[in-house]
Design a protein around this ligand. Structure first.
Ligand code: ZN
Length: 241
């Protein structure tokens, strides 16, 4: 009865079979910052099986305007641990696993072995491409999102069926990592992009990612949403044949 109550607003939307699929799906959230905190919050709230939180960073004061799992008291604490604590309080039925380690090919491979869906909520392109390559190698669906200022985009990589991040954003690989002041962003813009990513995680768990082969681009200053069809690069060094 308790389980029914917890998901009683969600089951009429996804169906009992859908809820079973969600319950049997594990998710890795790479980056528990502006995007990852909210994605993880919805995924844990929705009753997924297991959620891994991969982040090597600690909470800092400039994070708090958008990273909704953290409070001022968390400043200085490891994000993966602080997020796990907050998420377990939201839904103790979901196994939440903090992984406070830097992203490397080995780490990404090891994490992806344990999950069905990967979420790229990272803040730098070098790490995003490491996760992309591991997702392609492991054949895992990868929900990718990025946000800056008022703008963002979301796409879903289905390995060898849709373009991977190398096809779409390979040229961004050498952009520097976000440091204070380098990646300005509005809190609610991160919230919108993260919500779209979380919806794609639900869609993917239910078997139909809506943004596979499509790039959703949002301009939240003008409230404009565009969906672009994207094509694979057959000679992509990561996912090409
Ligand atoms: Zn590719």
């Amino acid at each position: 009865m308790k389980v029914l109550d917890r998901y009683s607003r969600q089951i009429p939307v996804v169906g009992e079979e859908g809820q079973r699929k969600i319950r049997n799906t594990s998710v890795a959230v790479f980056g528990v910052g502006g995007l990852g905190t909210l994605v993880a919050r919805y995924v844990v709230g929705g009753g997924f099986k297991r959620v891994l939180l991969i982040d090597f960073d600690t909470v800092s004061l400039p994070d708090l305007h958008r990273q909704i799992l953290y409070t001022t008291e968390d400043v200085g604490k490891p994000k993966a641990e602080a997020a796990a604590k907050a998420l377990r309080a939201v839904n103790p039925e979901v196994e939440v696993v903090p992984v406070a380690e830097p992203i490397s090919p080995d780490l990404a491979e090891g994490v992806l072995k344990e999950v069905d869906i990967a979420v790229d909520a990272l803040d730098n392109w070098a790490a995003r491409h490491v996760v992309n390559a591991a997702a392609v190698r492991r054949g895992r669906v990868l929900v990718h999102g990025a946000v800056q200022e008022w703008y963002g985009h979301v796409t879903t990589v289905v390995p060898r069926a849709t373009p991977c991040l190398e096809d779409l954003f390979g040229r961004f690989k050498s952009l520097p990592t976000c440091t204070a002041g380098f990646c300005p962003v509005l809190g609610p813009a991160a919230g919108v992009v993260a919500s779209l990513m979380a919806l794609e995680v639900f869609n993917a768990a239910l078997g139909k990612p809506a943004l596979a082969g499509k790039l959703l681009v949002v301009d939240l200053k003008h409230m404009a949403f565009d969906v672009l069809e994207v094509a694979r690069n057959p000679s992509c060094p990561v996912c090409g044949v």
